[in-house]
Design a protein around this ligand. Structure first.
Ligand SMILES: Cc1cc2nc3c(=O)[nH]c(=O)nc-3n(C[C@H](O)[C@H](O)[C@H](O)COP(=O)(O)OP(=O)(O)OC[C@H]3O[C@@H](n4cnc5c(N)ncnc54)[C@H](O)[C@@H]3O)c2cc1C
Length: 385
């Protein structure tokens, strides 16, 4: 038995929308590493990307419970939310820490889809997961910041009007603590590209529109600082909980896609005069994938409930992301195995989804870093770094 569907009307509407974007649409985009602009446009027009924006700023203010229903269904339908999911949550930094003037200026236009705020610039080649070691620096010059440095793996930068950028405004050595001295700037990509910002796409094993960014004295108006100078790291951590819970929901959707497909094939495919699913060696891994996915799903919903109640949920968001990404990966591997040779055929969409779901054990945070968080912050074990 599966737990009751939350937001059934939203789920049904998402399923209907996704039916217009079948496997062949995604296969073509995947082959060309092209941005699924038509799908993103349809999601935007449906209003599903603004469920986290309060009604006062033009969104539907439904919270993370509704957002996870949207992304789970997108992924269960065989589609992929990676091209646009950040439009849902990147604005959280602005919503929580921006001034009223900034919120009025941007949020209604983000809610309507007129402005795309779906680029989030944190990772740097020299720092990796150790974010306090970022070196992209914003130097104050009159009423502007002048930004120099480099970012890597910044997704959707070419398809975004705005970017939330984390950079240093005080060098690590001069800050009171390593986690201080970083600030968040809202960069207008339309003005920045060609005027101090260069974007270089990175081709990866999945179609993800990810890029490398080079800042060469990019001028950003001081009024685009979000919150207080030097406090940016804390603001970014805040926003990461929503991201991890939403990506966990995508993993649950992927896992259910693989389980649906594997079950259907195992019922139909006959070898040695009986359905392959009659063999316990085939049936049990699919059942195990379902058990693992159901457990992970409960953790995702729990984390989302805590987030919506305004409770601290860093640990739960991390645990949800870890469990869901491992459940989707196990389900993916099982689905390939159940399909035998056909698991490798592009037209079945399984190999594409297999590649896509592998990402989530690395990004937006890798499994080891989650285990380190639990070991240190929850269990009181010594920190390893
Ligand atoms: C397709 C894609 C899209 C992305 N999109 C974005 C984006 O939009 N914006 C953004 O800012 N970033 C983005 N990222 C970056 C992503 O968040 C990082 O890749 C991820 O957090 C891992 O960091 P890293 O690649 O620097 O790995 P590293 O930090 O170099 O780590 C490499 C490996 O070593 C392990 N490791 C490191 N230190 C320890 C330790 N102390 N103990 C145990 N294990 C350790 C890690 O778990 C990992 O497996 C994206 C990445 C990818 C691949």
């Amino acid at each position: 038995m599966q737990s009751a569907e939350t937001f059934p009307e939203i789920r049904e509407a998402v399923r209907r929308l996704c039916a217009g974007f079948p496997g062949e649409y995604w296969r073509e985009k995947d082959r060309d590493r092209a941005y699924p602009a038509e799908f993103v446009q349809a999601l935007t027009e449906s209003g599903f990307l603004s469920v986290l924006i309060p009604e006062a700023y033009g969104g539907s203010g439904l919270g993370l419970g509704a957002a996870i229903a949207v992304l789970e269904e997108v992924h269960r339908s065989g589609c992929n939310g990676g091209a646009s999911h950040a439009q849902m949550y990147t604005m959280g930094t602005l919503l929580k820490h921006g001034s009223e003037a900034q919120k009025q200026a941007y949020l209604p236009r983000i809610a309507s889809g007129e402005l795309r705020l779906q680029a989030f610039g944190v990772t740097e080649p020299g720092a990796g997961t150790d974010t306090t070691r970022i070196t992209t620096f914003a130097r104050r010059d009159g009423d502007h910041y002048v930004v120099r440095g480099q970012k890597i793996w910044i997704s959707r930068a070419e398809h975004s009007d705005l970017m939330v950028l984390l950079c240093r405004t005080t060098a690590r050595e001069e800050a009171a603590r390593p986690s201080e001295g970083m600030s968040v700037l809202l960069v207008d990509m339309r003005e920045a590209v060609g005027n101090g910002l260069t974007i270089r796409p990175i081709r990866t094993m999945l179609n993800h529109a990810t890029t490398e960014l080079f800042f060469d004295d990019l001028r950003v108006p001081v009024e685009n600082l979000i919150g207080k100078e030097g406090q940016g790291f804390r603001y970014i951590l805040d926003g990461m909980n929503a991201e991890r819970i939403l990506i966990a929901a995508e993993c649950i959707g992927d896992a259910r896609f693989f389980i649906d497909r594997a079950s259907a094939y195992a019922r139909e495919r006959e070898v040695f005069g009986r359905p392959i699913g009659q063999n316990q060696g085939v049936q049990f891994p699919i059942a195990r994938a379902h058990v693992q996915t159901s457990a992970a799903d409960l953790m995702v919903r729990h984390a989302a409930d805590m987030f919506d109640a305004g409770e601290p949920c860093g640990t739960e968001a991390n645990m949800a992301k870890m469990l869901a990404s491992e459940a989707s990966w196990f389900a993916a591997d099982t689905c390939v195995q159940v399909h035998g040779g056909f698991g490798f055929a592009e037209e079945y969409d399984i190999e594409r989804k297999f590649r896509e779901t592998r990402l989530y054990q690395v990004a937006p945070i890798s499994t080891n870093l989650i285990l380190s968080h639990v070991g240190n912050h929850v269990l009181g074990l010594p920190k390893s770094f």
